[in-house]
Design a protein around this ligand. Structure first.
Ligand code: PRP
Ligand code: ZN
Ligand code: MG
Length: 225
């Protein structure tokens, strides 16, 4: 079991946010020896444990109070919150701050020859996505119906594979869309990485450590601006 008196931080094991998350902690003076296969890492110079997990699991770990802090994309956070609300839960967490990396957009993309004339022309199409709740919230403004094809990865393959008409997925450089013959037709959500904290009391020592790390993060981000 992990020592509960140590501050527990969840971050992405591998993916778009992992290098920048590691770098941020390192620049704040948190010394961690990250070994590729180790999913838990202990800071050498501060009472901090790092859990390295899938980005999609981080919001739930914070909301459920399994970890104290998470570094996560607003896109997965918002989707998890909407998902839990749809299940009748009232998910709670605190946003400590927005970070200066992990910028991306959640967009609808269609095959290159698709003629787009606005959200209404997507009515009744099948849309492949990992983000059904964000997509539903977007279309609820337009009275547009859609069918979903839920995929956890390689969403861009769906139109060519005949699984869906269009997709809704994250776009950062646009290279993945380009490589798969797709064009971005609508941005539905803009996201960055953020730092979130679980609800509930922290021990005074944990709170003091959070305050110290937050002050350092503030300094690091300001210095990069
Ligand atoms: C995202 C997204 C796309 C890709 C887009 O995946 O799902 O596949 O990045 O990036 P590009 O526009 O620069 O080509 P990501 O690596 O974030 O991982 P995940 O969806 O598996 O969490
Ligand atoms: Zn993911
Ligand atoms: Mg992906």
């Amino acid at each position: 079991m992990l020592d509960n008196s140590r501050l527990r931080i969840a971050m992405q094991k591998s993916g778009r946010l992992s290098d920048e998350s590691k770098k941020l902690l390192a620049q704040c003076g948190v010394k961690i020896n990250l070994q590729e296969q180790r999913l838990i890492a202990f800071a050498e110079n501060m009472p901090i444990d790092i859990l390295r997990v899938r980005d999609d699991d981080i919001p739930g770990l914070v909301i459920d109070g399994v970890v104290d802090i998470g570094i996560v994309g607003e896109n997965v956070l918002e989707e998890e919150v909407l998902d839990r609300r749809a299940e009748g839960e009232n998910p709670q967490y605190k946003t400590l701050r927005r970070l200066d990396f992990g910028g991306c957009r959640l967009s609808i993309a269609a095959p290159r020859d698709f003629v787009y004339s606005g959200p209404e022309c997507l009515n009744n199409l099948r849309i492949a996505t990992t983000y059904p709740h964000l997509l539903r919230r977007y279309f609820s403004q337009y009275n547009v119906n859609f069918k979903t094809c839920l995929l956890n990865g390689s969403v861009e393959v769906a139109p060519r594979a005949g699984l869906a008409d269009v997709i809704c997925d994250l776009v950062s450089s646009g290279a993945t869309l380009e490589a798969n013959g797709l064009q971005e037709i609508e941005v539905i959500y803009k996201s960055k990485a953020c730092l979130i904290q679980r609800e509930g009391e922290m021990s005074p020592t944990k709170q003091a450590l959070i305050d110290k790390v937050m002050t350092r993060i503030q300094g690091v981000i300001q210095a990069r601006e």
